[in-house]
Structure formats: C-alpha cells, structure tokens
Design a protein around this ligand. Sequence first.
Ligand code: ZN
Length: 386
Amino acid sequence: MGRPPTPNQGGFIVRAAVWVELGKPNIEIQEVTPLPLRDHEVVVRVEASNVSVSDYFPLTNDPETVGQPVPQILGHCGTGVVIEIGPKVERLAVGDKVVVTSTPECGECHFCINNKPEFCAEMAWMGPNTYKDANGVEMAGNAYVGAFAEHMIVPDIQATKVVTDLPFDQLAMVALPIATGVGAALRIAPITPGADVVVLGAGSVGISYIQAAKMVGAGKIVAVDPLPHRRELALKFGATHVVDPTAGDPVAAVQEITGNKGGMLAGAGGDFVFEAAADARAIEQAWDMCRSGGHIVLCSVTDQMMTAKVTFTALPFAVQGKTIHACQGGGISQRRDIPWLVGMIERGQLDVAGMIDAHYPLADISQAMDDMMARSVLAPILMPQS
Ligand SMILES: [Zn+2]
C-alpha cells in the first residue's frame, strides 16, 4: 500500500491488474500512479471485489467488436473506504465505506428522473484515464471503476455509502451478484407469491435469484444447470427441483415439473423465468419455458452474447403475452436499494457468506478468473490489499 494520494499524487504507487493485450486474457500486475483527480472523483481503497463472468467477457473477444482499449485496469465493481475526495464531491467524505457499481445514478438524466436509473445516461464502458504506468502510458479503469487494484478512482455517482459492520467480502457481493439476482426477482419483474419460477444457470446470480424467490413465497423453483455441484447448490439455497439440461430436453422437463395450466396457447412452463446461463441458446429455451402471461428476465453478459443471434417464432409475440425484461444493473436504484440489500444480508434474509467459497490476493487475479470460468468456484472474491 502506498500513502494516501493527494490531487497531485506525488510518489503514490498503486498495484493494479492491467489487461494488456486485445483478444487475449493476458493480465499483468503493474505499478501505476494516479492522475490528478477530476471534479466528482473519489479515491477508494479497495478492500474486496467480486470476480464475475462479465469481468472476463471483453478479454477474449474479437478486438474489432469488443470496443475497449488496452491497457486498462479490470474490475467493474467493488467495495472499500474513501481515502480522498476530488473537487465538487458533496455526498461522500473521507472514511466513508462504499459499494461501487459499474452503473452510475446521476439523478438528473432522462432515465434517472423517469425511475430507470439502471440506464443512466452517464454510464460508459470506460471512463477517462485515471492512472499512468511507469512509462507514462495512461489508462482507465473498466466501467470507470477498475476495482482489481489496491485503489480505484471512481465518480461519486457510482459509489454508494453504506453504514454496516458486514465484512468486506460480503459487501463485495452486493453490487454483483446480489443486486443483479435479487433485483431481477424483486424489482425488474417482481415474483408473486405462489408463482412458479425457473432459473437457467445456478451460478452466483442464479443462486441470488433463487434466494429471493424463496423469500417471497414462490411456488415451484426449478433450477436448470448442467453441473451437478451447481444443482446441489441450487437445492441448498432454495430450489425445489433441478434439471440437468444435458440429460434430455430441458424445456420438456421444466414444463412437466411446472405443469400445464391448459388453454390453446402456452399453458406449460414457469410464470417467471430467469436466464443467467451465460449461453445464448438458453434465451430461446427461456422463452419456451415460460407460460402465457409470464415474465422472462435476461441477464447474461458474456463474450458469446456480443455476436450470438437468437431466433423466435413471430406469432407467439402477438398472442401469448410474455414479457421479456433486461436485467441491466438488476434494475435497482443504487441509493435506494444498496442499503436495502445490505440490510437484508445483515438480518440473515440473504445468505451471502454461504455463497463465498474462495478468496484471492491481487497477484492471483488470473487464477481467480480461470476458476470462475471453469465454474469450480461459485463466488470468487479478490482481496486487493493482500
Ligand atoms: Zn442518470
């Protein structure tokens, strides 16, 4: 750790996980120095960061389509303590504990004032450059965050103060996967008591959705995942049924479990279907697993999704009354919902500690990425101060 930076940043050195080569998952731990703080920027000492599929997805994409620069500091959400504030920062102070998200909430744009802050107009794949390396090459943090580093320079509209004694590894789960999965279940398309629920993909986001479904009294909760250990986790966290999609037709299996309510349209399937399978084929399956009048929430952000196409028959759009929702940012308002989510974890309504199964020091970021992509861990947490 270096000493706390000043706007002039003299001599302050930060270790950061830097993506260095387009089209390849090559990550180096580099020593970088901060650029002077801009208006509304704060410096956060990063205590923990969730490592997710959406951190990995730019790395191996075709450089022509990925649209992101190298070098860049990886990590698009995390948690820690504010150690410096830049000009015009009013909502945060040095010493505040914060949860940092990739989605800002400016409170003033078209989307924020229309109660859709997850689409805030200030959102960007990349922010301005915030650091430079020993050769003077400047770089930005992914999503104006860069949480895979000892410190991150972020805009104040992406950092939410929390007052809690929860350990940082659990706080790192709030922005992702908890906000995504719980937001999908309770904010985007709120699950109604007794409704049948289907979850494609029992990763950390799917497990978060399952916990919320159980909390609100869903009917059957069906988890679909090809990995036996993920199906076991789904049952542990609240699924009532599991389906192995490699053992036969998963759509037929889900329709049989959830039952057919009859009618000439789509009587069979779940009332709420959540796709978190990181596989474009699952989007088509999610549609077929949903009964008439139901809701489908699509969540996966992966490299495959950058180019994959999905195909649907046209007529059912006109007559079956299914609604497809995006899951951008879990549909939450940071300022309203992050303290709410933290509170649910504190009260034991959400089991986050039980989801975390691996911690990694900063130097092991590539191992954390590999384990996450191999699905050998559910919720890898990077601890940048170690
Ligand atoms: Zn906004």
